[in-house]
Design a protein around this ligand. Sequence first.
Ligand code: HEM
Length: 443
Amino acid sequence: MTLTRPRPDPVDIPESVWASNQLSSFIARIAEEHGPIFEFRPRGGPHAGQPVVYMVGPQANRFVLLSGREHFSHDQGWTPVIGETLGHGLLNMDPPQHTLHRALMNPAFTSVFMAGYLPLMQRVIAERTAEWVQHDTIDLMVEAREITFDVAAAALVGLRSGPEVDWLRERFYVLLRGGDPGTYDENWDELVRRQLHARDDLQVKLLELIAARRSTAAVAQDDVLGMLVRAHDEAGNRLSDEQLLAHVNILLVAGHETTTTLGAWVLYVLGEQPECAARIRAELTSVVGDGPLTSDSLHRLPFLSAVIRETGRLHSPVLLLPRGVLSDFEFAGRWVEVGTPVFLAIAAGHRMPSVWDDPERFDPERFLPPREEDRRTPYGLATFGGGPRICLGINFAQLEVMALVAHVQRHYTVRHVSKEPVREFGGLLPMLPDGMRVRVTGG
Ligand code: HEM
């Protein structure tokens, strides 16, 4: 007797939904009606037209990120998506190599270590926001990208804002997006060619920085690259130039694009939620007064923290987590075979009505007592992933977004001048081709 192993059912997503800001909500509805695992053929990207398994919701998050994680490969998932251009950094490594490298990098990303970067973050934020009021309108995505890249370049590789950092930012943007917003649908080969060019430029510059660090390795460097150059395992093994380069590439990309999206969305959302903005101001006045923001005071701002979590739920900077399948597995009664591409649809899981009350509504209170909806369903919120591979930069990102929003709310008022930006094109990251236009006034 041969036992049949049921496979995930195929589903279709209409063209009109694919390139719209309804995609995650649509996938959430399929998951509610159909179960948390199904097969779909994406309309774009490296898997265009091929069957891909989508997994959605808290149980799927827990299985992929924790209990069943040995079935999945980050290398086979991420490398085809980000291309070979970035090398193999932490994001697209598998164990046992990943376990060793993560242990080397963890100390540089603890919340205590990150708190040391707050003055640097505040300096960049104050400098970059100071001119906002002089413009009729600004694009929050462009502005947030400049802030987060300046902070990442200083904290990770020790470069001060200026033409050199601007040059790096432009090349990383090409590496990640191909250069222009909205180029997702264009020829994949042309995109890769442009990315390789940017990668070569960057490689030369970053190897110079690594060489400089090695020659001064005896002198303590308080940036992450300095720590990585000095890091070694128990046997005294150190990271090679190639490994350092791949880590720095991934850190600079992962460290600024996602933080850009989250920071810009929080400010944008507050532009249409004046009562939330007023409550954040009141919280800041009562906790910080007129004094400087400290990492201690940032930890005593529960409403601001809830607003950031709620924005990360509704507008996740990463929509899908890609995985390769290393060994056959069963999930929710369906079998998936080795070699199948899998997407864990974290942003869609954030919109499931069986998990969140009125999920389409912006409602930061859901994260505060007595509701605490995230505690009700562990692994429901996965903005930063979860399990042992949870985002390495979570403390860094949360500190930076809090510092940005706190600064802007203390000094400025933000108002919308554009409709809600389109945010999805079926890719892993949201696309905002029209940016986020706002008008900023003092006070
Ligand atoms: C709002 C900002 C951010 C968001 C939403 C975010 C989201 C994520 C997510 C969802 C993952 C899990 C990927 C997976 O499981 O496949 C991840 C991993 C990672 N993130 Fe972040 N991230 C952010 C900021 C940062 C920053 C600031 C850095 C570094 C400075 C960073 C570095 C990394 C690295 C290295 C990994 C791979 C970790 C591993 O696999 O061990 N991220 N991030």
